[in-house]
Ligand binder design. Structure first.
Ligand SMILES: *[C@@H]1O[C@H](CO)[C@@H](O)[C@H](O)[C@H]1NC(C)=O
Ligand SMILES: *[C@@H]1O[C@H](CO)[C@@H](O)[C@H](O)[C@H]1NC(C)=O
Length: 250
């Protein structure tokens, strides 16, 4: 009995040590902590759509906060929530922190200048690295405001700041702004409005339940593009991924 147990343990050990074929699984399961504004948050953001794709033991938490800027997110204690979780999970998970702001920072009265916004993104990313986590700079989800047939590129500079913060901190950039602009331009205004928040579907910034699923999938696909080893932790929906990639309504 004892030796049987030992030998099956040895077998398990071998199996664990054997090189896997195809897409190699990451060494530790990932944990995702989502820092951001309402376009990430529960009820209106893509965050829960991303988290819903995760396969255990991968895990995550949406800490997105409606109305947040890179400054108020820290001042309000939400960033501490994120960093506390990074510390807690870093031992047995590969910890990823998505950082996605801009919609509120860019407002005239936000108290955050453009330069400060970019500096804040860099500081947030560096702090996560210092804690042993991996920051993912996610450029801002586009608003679905159209001029004629083309969506207004209202977060252009905020996108560039996210890309620059990723470059300076040697972190992956998840270019959600570019991907979401391309997608809503391809499907057109009427289809893009199907993802709008609110009973009247007039809120062109926030996502309804289905929009959360679709743009959560978009983020998941972008994460897999940047970090292919994470693919085994994300439930596929090839039909939806193909529709997004092909610019068809999902
Ligand atoms: C962290 O954020 C999550 C989700 O936003 C919340 O459920 C939890 O209570 C927060 N924890 C702390 C310690 O603030
Ligand atoms: C997968 O994607 C298709 C196309 O968007 C959708 O109809 C279906 O509901 C999705 N399945 C799940 C489980 O989300």
């Amino acid at each position: 009995m004892f030796s049987l147990l030992l030998s099956s343990l040895a077998l398990l050990d071998l199996a664990a040590a054997a090189p896997s074929c195809g897409v190699a699984a990451a060494a530790k399961p990932p944990a995702f902590f989502l820092a951001g504004d309402s376009t990430t948050a529960i009820n209106g953001g893509w965050g829960d759509g991303l988290l819903a794709t995760l396969i255990e033991p991968a895990t995550g938490l949406n800490v997105g906060k409606s109305g947040a800027t890179t400054r108020s997110f820290v001042a309000g204690g939400y960033w501490k929530n994120v960093t506390d979780h990074v510390r807690e999970y870093a031992g047995d998970h590969d910890v990823y922190v998505t950082i996605s702001f801009g919609h509120n920072d860019q407002k005239e009265n936000s108290g955050v200048s453009f330069d400060q916004y970019q500096t804040n993104l860099i500081n947030l990313a560096n702090e996560i690295k210092g804690l042993g986590g991996k920051p993912l700079l996610v450029s801002s989800l586009t608003r679905r405001v159209f001029q004629g047939n083309t969506v207004v590129d209202s977060l252009h500079d905020q996108r560039l700041a996210a890309i620059e913060a990723a470059r300076r901190t040697k972190s992956p950039v998840i270019d959600l702004n570019a991907a979401s602009i391309k997608y809503v331009n391809a499907i057109g205004k009427a289809a893009a409005y199907e993802y709008n928040w609110g009973a009247d579907k007039k809120d062109t910034t926030h996502l309804n339940e289905w929009g959360t699923v679709v743009f959560g999938r978009m983020v998941a696909d972008l994460i897999i593009d940047a970090l292919p080893s994470l693919e085994s932790y994300i439930t596929p929906n090839q039909t939806m991924s193909d529709r997004i990639a092909n610019g068809q309504p999902a």
